[in-house]
Design a protein around this ligand. Structure first.
Ligand code: PGA
Length: 271
């Protein structure tokens, strides 16, 4: 299939389906078993119904994936994600978890390339590209994270930096795969710092990402991809961030550890 065929095919599939608005929680390495159970239960209680165009994704530590999946099983609109998977499919990699394992437990989403993993685990663009391929091979939707450090924000070209992150890791994906991706833009200087990109800064970057996707894959695919903002999203700033046309929700760290805060963020998703 050529690019035009793919576009036509996707156009038919997608014209009826608008881009989902997504509130994604990233718990990182927090909470014990009972706290995790309690938090999911509270979030479910506070959000008994999720509009059909909305999706809530909760990325929990590996040991909680099964328990969390069972808790949300009867709650349409909720899904559980892994925070990572390994860049090899199987083998002698002690302590690692493969996309195949995740899929075999029914996990349908996985974060890929979070800045903390790029920094602390030295994850490379080539490894991230392999992770994306492995996720797609298992029908897992990757949430691909990108974002610039403070030095680039202050004295470089942040849009160019993020475009490079995308092109380095997405290059090997087919247009059909790209169309199923979720992207999370998370400026590193805003993660866990209490500093949020202004709504204008976030929208400018999201538009740059959308324009890059349009010029590389065409507008049908670019318009189908949810682009989330991450970096100190809270209940009291989510509204201002989410009202921008190219921002399709948030990837939320700290505030997702509190049911009231995270529920306010879910409720701030545009209708
Ligand atoms: P934060 O983290 O909301 O605590 O800034 C976001 C993230 O790292 O995904």
């Amino acid at each position: 299939m050529g690019r035009k065929d793919v576009e036509n095919y996707l156009f038919n599939q997608l014209t009826m389906v608008m881009r989902k608005k997504i509130a994604a929680a990233n718990w990182k390495m927090n909470l014990n078993w009972n706290e995790a159970k309690e938090l999911i239960t509270q979030v479910l209680d506070q959000n008994p119904t999720i509009p059909s165009l909305h999706q809530v994704i909760i990325a929990v530590p590996f040991p909680y994936l099964d328990m969390a999946s069972h808790l949300i099983a009867e709650h349409p609109g909720f899904a559980i994600a892994a925070q990572n998977c390994y860049h090899k499919s199987s083998g002698a990699y002690t302590g690692e978890v493969s996309a195949t394992m995740l899929a075999s437990m029914g996990i349908r989403y996985c974060l890929v390339g979070h800045s903390e993993r790029r920094e602390y685990q030295q994850e490379t663009p080539a490894q991230l590209s392999d992770k994306l391929q492995l996720c797609f091979s298992q029908a897992i939707t990757p949430v691909f994270c990108c974002g610039e450090p403070l030095t680039i924000r202050e004295s470089g070209d942040p849009c160019d930096y993020v475009r490079n992150q995308l092109s380095e890791s997405l290059l090997s994906l087919t247009p059909e795969q790209i169309a199923q991706l979720i992207i999370a833009y998370e400026p590193i200087w805003a993660i866990g710092t209490g500093k949020t990109a202004s709504a204008a800064q976030a929208q400018e970057m999201h538009l740059a990402i959308r324009n890059y996707l349009t010029s590389t894959y065409g507008s049908v695919i670019a318009d189908a991809i949810p682009i989330l903002y991450g970096g100190s999203v809270k209940g009291n700033n989510a509204d201002a961030i989410f009202t921008n046309p190219d921002i399709d929700g948030g990837l939320v760290g700290g505030a997702s550890l509190n049911a009231v805060e995270f529920s306010a963020i879910i409720k701030a998703l545009p209708q």
